[in-house]
Design a protein around this ligand. Structure first.
Ligand SMILES: Nc1ncnc2c1ncn2[C@@H]1O[C@H](COP(=O)(O)OP(=O)(O)OP(=O)(O)O)[C@@H](O)[C@H]1O
Ligand SMILES: [Mg+2]
Length: 826
C-alpha cells in the first residue's frame, strides 16, 4: 500500500516527482506522479520531497531535505508563482522569467525603496538586497567593509546583463545627491553604448554580450556615485566577419543603417539595403523581432551624448563603422600566377574606404592587402599574395579595426567617468560569459571556460575555504567537506612551470614553423596522465579538459592564428600613415612592431618594449584575469547566480534537467551543503554570555553575573571568559555535539541559535509575567485598601446619619412627650 511519501526519481538526467509505494529494509519502490511509472531504488538513495509552502522557501539553506531535486523543486515552485529571486544563504539565485510583465512590478520605485537601508533577508529575496548589502559594506570600513564586488554568472541568456543593469540602477538611485545626478546618468549610459557595440543576436540570446565586463562603480566619501571604470575582456572579433546562420553581427551596424538619413548614408558611402552588405547579409538574419534598430540608434547616440562624446568623435565613430562595412565589400581577383589584386568592380569601394580612413593613396591599402613585404638579411622583398590570402588579410584588418574601435570607446568612457581622486570605495559588478560547451569548441571556449574556472575557484574560496580557514584559526574540529577544488584544472591551463596549455600555445606561436598539429601533439605529450586531461582517440586535432562543470573537447584548428591575432605590420603601417588623427589613435605605433615582425625600411621608427598588443591573446587574457582576480580577492564578494529555466527563452517553462545542470555549474548545492553541515552561526564568547546568561541556573547566574558584565570589555581570546562560556554552554545545551567552542567564538550547528533565541524569548516572557504579577498585586492591594477605607468611611457616615436621624426623632418625640406631659400637669 502506498504510504503517500513524496520523493524524486532520476530518469534520463532529469528528476521526476514520485510517491513511495512500498519499502523494506533494502529497497524502496516509487511511482511517478505523472505516467505512474514504477521504479525500485536502494533505500539509502531515497531522496524525499520537502513539504513546501505555496510560495516555496525564500532561503534554501532552510530546507529540511537538501539535495538537488529539493532545490530545483523549490525554484520551480517559486518560478510558477512568479518569484524570480531565491536565496541560498547569501547567494542570490535569479531564474529568468523571460517576461517583463511578470518582473516589471519587482523593479518599481516603491519596491526599490523597501530595500533601502535593510539587511538581506528582511525583505523578499531580490538583487536589490544584494546591491544594498554591497553598498552598506563599502561604508563600513571599520567592520571589514571597503571595496565590494558582485559577481554575476550564468549561461548565455540567463539574465546576467539585465541583472547588472538593475543593480546599477539601484546603486545609482540610492547614492543620488538630489535628482539630477549627472555622474550616475553618465555611468548608466555606458550600458546602451557598450551593448550597441558589444552585443549581438545569437542562437541563444537576442541580446547576447560578446565580451566580458567588470564595472567598478566609484563612490565618494559621502557614498555618492562619483564615477566608474570599465574593464572589458575578450570581445568576440570573429563575429565581425562571420556569423552563424540566424545570428547577427554587432547591433550597431544595423542601427547605423536604420537610423541614419539617406543623405548621411550617402556621405558615408553606405546607401545599400542592409542585406547587401557582406558582413550583415550572409547569416540570413538582419532584424530582431520586437527591436526597432532606428530607435535603438537614437538611444546609442543619446548615450554617446551622455558620456560626453563630441560631435566630431561621434562622426569619426560612424565613419569607422562605415569603413568596416565597406572594407568587407572589397573583392579580389587573381591572375594566372595566383597574384591577387582588388577586383576592378571594387575600385570605387577601395577609394571610398581609403577616404573614410583618411588614407591619401588608395593603392597603399590595396598593396598592403595583396602583398607582403619580407625582410631578408640585406633587402626587403615584396611577395604577392593569392586571392585567399588577400581575403584573409582584408578580414584581419576588418576585425582589427572593429576591435580597436571598441577598445577606444571603452577608453573614452573611462576618460569621462573615472574619478580616482574623488573615489573612496567601489562596488565592482562582473558580467562575464558563462561556461560554454558546444559540439565544436575552439580557442574562445578555452578562454571562456578558463575564466569560469578562475571564478569558480574564487567561489570555492569564498564559500568553502574561507569557512575552513576560520574553523582552523578558531581551533574547531570538523570533518572537511568534500568540494570540487579546481586548482588542478587551472594548473593544466595556465601554470607556467607545468607548461599549461596556454603556455604551450604561446611557445608554438613564437616558432615561425609552428603549427596547430604540432601544438596539439605537444599538449598531448606533456599532459597525458594528468587527472583532468584526456586524449580523444578518434580525432587527432583535439584534447579534452575535465572542467568543474563538465568535460569539454577542444578542436585546435585555428588556435595558433587566434592566439597570435596580430595584424600584419604592412597593414598597421598603412593605418599609421592615415591623415585622420582618429585612425592613427586606433592604431598606435607599438602595434606596427608586432611579434617577430621585421624593421621597416624608410617607414616611421617603431616603439620598442612589450605592449599589450604584442602579447598573444592567451597571455593577455591570463594577465587581465590575474589582475581581475586579485581585485576581486581584495573586495567583499557577493554572488548572483542566473539560471535560464529553458533553452527556448520562453516564459513559464521550467526545464528541470537544464536548470539542474546550471545549478551544478554554479556550485549552489555544495554551498548549501557546507553551510548546513558545518556551523552556520557563530558568536563571540562575551556576546554569548551576556545574551544567554538568563538561561543558566539562578545560582550560577548570581555567582557569575558580575564577571559576565566585565567580560564585555575583555580581549576576544580571553581564557577566563572562554572557561565561563564553556560552563554556561554545558548547562544550556544538552546535546554537546551541536556546538563547539572556538578560540574567540562559539560555533553553532544549524537551528541551535534559533532554539536558544526561542528559549531566551520564553525566559524573558517568564520574567515579564513575574514582573507584571507583582505590579498587578501591588495595584490590587492598593486599590483594596482604598476601597476598604472608603467603605469604612461610608459605613461610618451612614451609621452616623442613621444614629443622628434616630436621635433627632427620639429627641423630637421626647420634647413632644415632655410638652404633653407638662401641658397635662399645668
Ligand atoms: N529580470 C528579467 N525579467 C524579464 N526578462 C528578463 C530578465 N532578465 C533577463 N530577461 C530576458 O532574458 C534575456 C537575456 O538576458 P541577458 O541578455 O541579461 O542574458 P545574459 O546572461 O547577459 O546572456 P549573454 O551571456 O548571452 O550575454 C533578456 O533580453 C530579457 O529578454
Ligand atoms: Mg549579457
Amino acid at each position: 500500500m502506498s504510504d503517500q511519501t513524496l520523493a524524486y526519481v532520476e530518469k534520463d538526467g532529469t528528476w521526476l516527482d514520485a510517491r513511495v509505494t512500498s519499502r523494506d529494509a533494502e529497497n524502496v519502490t516509487l511511482e511517478t506522479l505523472e505516467g505512474q511509472h514504477s521504479f525500485t531504488i536502494p533505500a539509502d538513495q531515497l531522496l524525499l520531497a520537502n513539504a513546501l509552502p505555496e510560495d516555496g522557501v525564500e532561503d534554501m539553506t532552510r530546507l529540511n531535505y537538501l539535495h538537488e531535486p529539493a532545490l530545483l523543486s523549490n525554484l520551480r515552485q517559486r518560478f510558477a508563482r512568479d518569484h524570480v529571486y531565491t536565496y541560498t544563504g547569501k547567494i542570490c539565485i535569479a531564474v529568468n522569467p523571460f517576461n517583463w510583465q511578470v518582473s516589471k512590478p519587482l523593479y518599481e520605485e516603491h519596491v526599490l525603496l523597501k530595500y533601502l537601508g535593510r539587511e538581506m533577508g528582511e525583505q523578499p529575496p531580490h538583487i536589490y538586497a544584494v546591491a544594498e548589502d554591497a553598498y552598506q559594506k563599502i561604508n563600513s570600513h571599520a567592520s571589514g567593509g571597503g571595496n565590494q564586488s558582485i559577481l554575476v554568472s550564468g549561461e548565455s541568456g540567463a539574465g546576467k546583463t539585465e541583472s547588472v543593469k538593475i543593480m546599477m540602477q539601484y546603486l545609482a538611485t540610492v547614492s543620488k545627491s538630489g535628482d539630477q545626478n549627472k555622474v550616475a546618468q553618465q555611468v548608466l549610459a555606458t550600458n546602451p553604448l557598450l551593448e550597441a557595440f558589444g552585443n549581438a543576436r545569437t542562437s541563444r540570446n537576442n541580446n547576447s554580450s560578446r565580451f566580458g565586463k567588470f564595472i567598478e562603480l566609484q563612490f565618494d566619501s559621502a557614498y555618492k556615485m562619483a564615477g566608474a571604470r570599465v574593464h572589458i575582456y575578450l570581445l568576440e572579433k570573429s563575429r565581425v566577419v562571420a556569423q552563424s546562420e540566424g545570428e547577427r553581427n554587432y547591433h550597431v551596424f544595423y542601427q547605423l543603417l536604420a537610423g541614419l538619413s539617406a543623405d548621411e548614408r550617402a556621405q558615408l558611402h553606405v546607401p545599400l539595403p542592409v542585406a547587401e552588405y557582406r558582413l550583415l547579409g550572409q547569416s540570413g538574419c538582419v532584424a530582431i523581432e520586437g527591436v526597432d534598430d532606428a530607435r535603438e540608434f537614437r538611444r546609442t547616440r543619446d548615450a554617446m551624448e551622455a558620456i560626453g562624446m563630441s560631435a566630431l568623435e561621434q562622426l569619426e565613430t560612424t565613419r569607422a563603422l562605415a569603413s568596416v562595412l565597406l572594407l568587407a565589400q572589397l573583392a579580389f581577383e587573381q591572375n594566372a600566377e595566383e597574384q591577387a589584386s582588388v577586383a576592378a568592380a571594387a575600385a570605387d569601394t577601395l577609394q571610398q574606404v581609403a577616404s573614410l580612413l583618411g588614407l591619401e593613396q588608395a593603392e597603399d591599402l590595396s598593396n598592403a592587402l595583396t602583398t607582403r613585404r619580407l625582410v631578408t638579411r640585406d633587402d626587403v622583398v615584396t611577395v604577392p599574395l593569392n586571392l585567399e590570402q588577400s581575403s584573409d588579410s582584408r578580414d584581419a584588418l576588418t576585425k582589427s579595426l572593429y576591435g580597436k574601435l571598441f577598445t577606444w570607446l571603452v577608453q573614452r568612457c573611462n576618460e569621462k567617468l573615472v574619478d580616482d581622486s574623488a573615489a573612496a570605495a567601489f562596488v565592482g559588478v562582473l558580467d562575464i560569459f558563462g561556461f560554454e560547451h558546444f559540439p565544436i569548441n575552439s580557442f574562445e571556449q578555452l578562454c571562456i571556460n578558463y575564466a569560469n574556472e578562475r571564478l569558480q575557484q574564487q567561489f570555492n574560496w569564498d564559500v568553502f575555504k574561507s569557512e575552513q580557514a576560520e574553523y582552523e584559526a578558531e581551533g574547531i574540529e570538523w570533518k572537511y567537506i568534500q568540494f570540487i577544488d579546481n586548482q588542478d584544472t587551472l594548473d593544466l591551463i595556465d601554470r607556467k612551470e607545468h607548461m599549461g596549455v596556454l603556455h604551450l600555445l604561446d611557445e608554438e606561436c613564437a616558432i615561425q614553423k609552428g603549427s596547430d598539429e604540432k601544438f596539439v601533439q605537444k599538449v598531448r605529450d606533456r599532459h597525458k596522465g594528468h587527472a583532468q586531461f584526456e586524449v580523444p582517440k578518434r580525432d587527432q586535432m583535439t584534447f579534452t579538459i575535465a572542467h568543474y562543470a563538465g568535460r569539454v573537447t577542444y578542436t585546435v584548428i585555428g588556435f595558433r592564428e587566434k592566439n597570435k591575432d596580430t595584424l600584419h605590420q604592412d597593414l598597421s603601417a598603412v593605418m599609421q600613415d592615415s591623415q585622420s588623427a582618429f585612425v592613427r589613435e586606433l592604431f598606435p605605433m607599438a602595434d606596427a612592431a608586432a611579434l617577430g615582425s621585421p624593421p621597416q625600411k624608410g617607414g616611421p621608427r617603431k616603439h620598442k618594449g612589450k605592449s599589450a598588443d604584442k602579447m598573444t591573446v592567451g597571455a593577455q587574457f591570463m594577465t587581465q584575469l590575474g589582475v581581475l582576480m586579485r581585485t576581486i580577492n581584495s573586495t567583499g564578494v557577493h554572488y548572483v547566480r542566473c539560471i535560464k529555466p529553458n533553452t527556448k527563452n520562453v516564459p513559464a517553462v521550467f526545464d528541470m534537467s537544464h536548470s539542474a545542470h546550471q545549478l551544478r555549474c554554479a556550485g549552489v548545492l555544495e554551498a548549501v551543503r557546507i553551510s548546513r553541515m558545518a556551523y552556520p552561526n557563530r558568536m563571540p564568547h562575551a556576546a554569548f554570555l551576556s545574551r544567554y546568561i538568563l538561561l543558566t541556573t539562578p545560582a550560577w547566574r548570581e555567582a557569575h553575573s558580575a564577571a559576565v558584565g566585565a567580560a564585555r570589555g575583555a580581549a576576544a581570546a580571553d581564557e577566563a571568559v572562554k572557561a565561563m562560556c564553556a560552563e554556561a554552554l554545558a548547562q544550556i545545551v544538552t546535546e554537546h555535539e551541536r556546538y563547539q567552542l572556538g578560540r574567540t567564538k562559539v560555533f553553532f550547528k544549524a537551528f541551535l541559535l534559533e532554539n536558544l533565541e526561542q528559549r531566551r524569548a520564553a525566559a524573558l516572557g517568564v520574567y515579564a509575567i513575574m514582573l507584571q504579577k507583582n505590579a498587578l498585586a501591588l495595584l490590587h492591594r492598593r486599590r483594596f485598601w482604598m476601597q476598604r477605607q472608603a467603605a469604612i468611611r461610608l459605613q461610618a457616615a451612614t451609621r452616623r446619619r442613621i444614629a443622628r436621624r434616630a436621635f433627632c426623632a427620639t429627641k423630637a418625640a421626647a420634647i413632644k412627650a415632655q410638652a404633653i406631659f407638662r401641658g397635662e400637669r399645668a
